[in-house]
Ligand binder design. Sequence first.
Ligand SMILES: NC(=O)C1=CN([C@@H]2O[C@H](COP(=O)(O)OP(=O)(O)OC[C@H]3O[C@@H](n4cnc5c(N)ncnc54)[C@H](O)[C@@H]3O)[C@@H](O)[C@H]2O)C=CC1
Ligand SMILES: [Mg+2]
Length: 338
Amino acid sequence: MAAIYQAAYRRAALFCRSHSTYVKKMRYLNKLKEDDSLCRQAQTSGTFYLFHNLSPFLRKVEEKYLIPQLSAAEMKRILEKFKETEQWIEKSVLIGCSDEHVPHFALDLAGALERSVIEAELKGSFTDLRKALFVVDEDSSSLLASAQALLRWHDSHQYCSKTGQPTQKNVAGSKRVCHASGITYYPQMSPVVIILVSDGSRCLLARQPSFPQGMYTALSGFCDIGEAVEETARREVAEEVGLEVESLWYSASQHWPFPSSCLMIACHALVRGQQLEISMNSLELEEARWFGLEEVMEGLKREPKSAKQDNGNFLPWFPPKQAIAHQLINEWVKQQTS
Ligand SMILES: NC(=O)C1=CN([C@@H]2O[C@H](COP(=O)(O)OP(=O)(O)OC[C@H]3O[C@@H](n4cnc5c(N)ncnc54)[C@H](O)[C@@H]3O)[C@@H](O)[C@H]2O)C=CC1
Ligand SMILES: [Mg+2]
């Protein structure tokens, strides 16, 4: 009995310790965002993730893809070797820190150094994010997605939209300021609601014409200005498939970097029993239909590569596990089978 209590105590102590590590880390990051001189100093002891034209730098070691972190000294050496000034470090943005408070920065070297030069020097390659996200581990993929989103936002917000004057980033890159108008700009995400519609025993999955062949996913749509999440969900389901949502419940959320920084808010929805006929909006969708449990379970197991049949048709497959749509579909299967 005592052993059980000891184990519980150890778990509780561990929780408290990790909790306070987390709190300290978040407060340190917040300080770096607010204090330019502290952040400038942090750049001299931090580590750097490299990008080129928004493509992250990856290194393949055996069968694994890793994202190398360069020390500040290594960064300095490379910039000096290729006759670039250290000023480039100023362009980096803060993306996190370790539990020991080693800050992590992301830096895009396009404009400073040739892509192939850095690739040869550091023995790796700048890889399109659409590939990179799916070959690195889960923690690295969310770090790459948010780092790229922040770099992209800075790249496209160099000027004030009111005065046309250049904006200046703070050292951490958590904002940009137009000194002519005094306007502060903060990095933005567009909220998108993704809804897995069910009639109780089947779920509704759809395809847009631009999707890879055979891929189906849950319905989704950007929030209109002024809308609540529930309103977007009801409107998108009505617009895209002509059905009325009866009840809606939240599942989880995810940052999604395509086409640029979306906050995906994932929900399950039930539609009214009497009215299950799909009336698809063919301007947005190529196909929308009900899937039974068995077909969904098979689709979850199917790899895109194995979806093509001998007759040229494609069997249905769903987004990979990194996409929140996958999680919604998995949850629905669990609900049906529990
Ligand atoms: N991570 C995941 O599991 C999934 C992510 N998605 C993402 O959700 C996003 C939205 O999905 P859709 O069904 O295409 O949205 P949607 O049904 O709202 O239609 C897209 C159209 O909405 C308009 N629009 C309104 N506000 C916009 C904004 N802030 N940015 C861009 N376009 C805007 C544009 O005309 C665009 O063509 C896509 O970017 C897609 O990558 C979609 C499904 C799964
Ligand atoms: Mg849509």
